[in-house]
Design a protein around this ligand. Structure first.
Ligand code: ASP
Length: 334
């Protein structure tokens, strides 16, 4: 970005904070090409799952405006959510596994290099997306888990810390004290991964995702969020996607890569998101009742967002042209 464009962009970043959230629900709203309907004329776009990600998009936009690249922007944007103890589904303060240990998963993919790195079942380090980012830059392998991922984080200079907060500890103790408690694999509860898609407005795409996974999960359980093709996928030639919801189900549909391949064959991001969910139902009608939601973006910054049913409604956060807002995704089976 040249200096004039960057200055203009920084002005729009400053204006973004003042914008209020909206909550419109419409297929047209979920898949705008641009405000006004035309093709997106350059300019970065930051697009994330869930309303809380508005702050993440705004941080990502600031990082990019100050000269960071798209990977910096996505990493630092996601850090905002990982660092927030009030968000009990990502990073510090995320709800622990059945043994009371917080295990974090994250992944990031660079659509230009076609290269991703994933960190799974990481304990005691609050920013798995940053560990994944460093793994992407400094190693040639793709997926690291458990003790090895922790050792790698230490080598990168991360400081271990207790990730349980008084609130997450309280919720885990309450869950454990309940003799009739639901184990997460019977009744999936407590979703809310952050998945972020970003473009620089020049066709470069990045997909990132970070989560503490299902509350009170079986120790060692890893689902879609950190895995290439499931929770993350980006290819500058076709598009990027991410997912949230029942990751044990959605992993089996390789949601993100499937959506990107639909886009490679000519579908819009919105059509591709809906087709993926429809395919899940076509192959197993029970999936209509599932907690499944996906978002996608093409190299022009056009977006799509869809969830399966009103029992798991997806809100998404979108930053574009200095405007930062929250919208409702299309509900495929209302
Ligand atoms: N997909 C995540 C998982 O299953 C949870 C979520 O998106 O809320 O770990």
């Amino acid at each position: 970005m040249d200096s004039v464009a960057r200055r203009d962009f920084m002005k729009s970043v400053a204006g973004a904070a003042a914008l209020a959230a909206t909550g419109e629900t419409a297929r047209a709203a979920a898949a705008p090409v641009a405000e006004g309907g035309g093709a997106v004329a350059g300019g970065p776009v930051f697009f994330s799952t869930w309303a809380f990600a508005r702050a993440a998009n705004e941080r990502a936009a600031e990082v990019f405006a100050r000269g960071g690249n798209m990977l910096d922007a996505v990493e630092k944007g996601i850090n905002v959510i990982e660092d927030d103890p009030k968000i009990t589904s990502v990073g510090y303060g995320g709800l622990p596994n059945a043994d009371g240990v917080v295990e974090l998963d994250a992944g990031i993919m660079d659509g230009t290099r076609h290269r991703a790195a994933s960190i799974c079942s990481l304990h005691s380090i609050k920013n798995p997306i940053s560990v994944a980012r460093l793994a992407l830059e400094h190693t040639t392998e793709t997926t690291y888990a458990g003790a090895g991922a922790f050792q790698m984080a230490l080598k990168f200079g991360f400081q271990p810390q207790q990730l349980l907060t008084p609130e997450s500890l309280r919720q885990w103790q309450e869950w454990r004290a309940n003799p009739n408690r639901n184990t997460f694999w019977v009744t999936p509860e407590n979703h809310d991964t952050i998945g972020m898609l970003a473009t620089d407005g020049r066709g470069h795409l990045v997909s990132g995702c970070s989560t503490s996974g299902m509350a009170f999960k079986i120790p060692g359980r890893v689902a879609d969020s950190p895995l290439v093709g499931c929770g993350i996928y980006a290819d500058d030639n076709a598009g990027a996607a991410t997912a949230t919801g029942n990751g044990d189900l959605m992993t089996n549909y390789c949601t993100s890569v499937t959506i990107v391949h639909y886009m490679a064959r000519g579908m819009s991001p919105q059509e591709a998101c809906e087709e993926l969910l429809r395919w899940m139902v076509r192959t197993d009608s029970k999936n209509r009742a599932s907690a499944s939601a996906v978002i996608a973006m093409d190299p022009h910054g056009r977006i799509g967002a869809a969830c399966m049913n009103p029992q798991f409604p997806l809100q998404y956060a979108l930053w574009r042209g200095g405007k930062s807002e929250v919208r409702n995704a299309v509900v495929l089976f209302p």
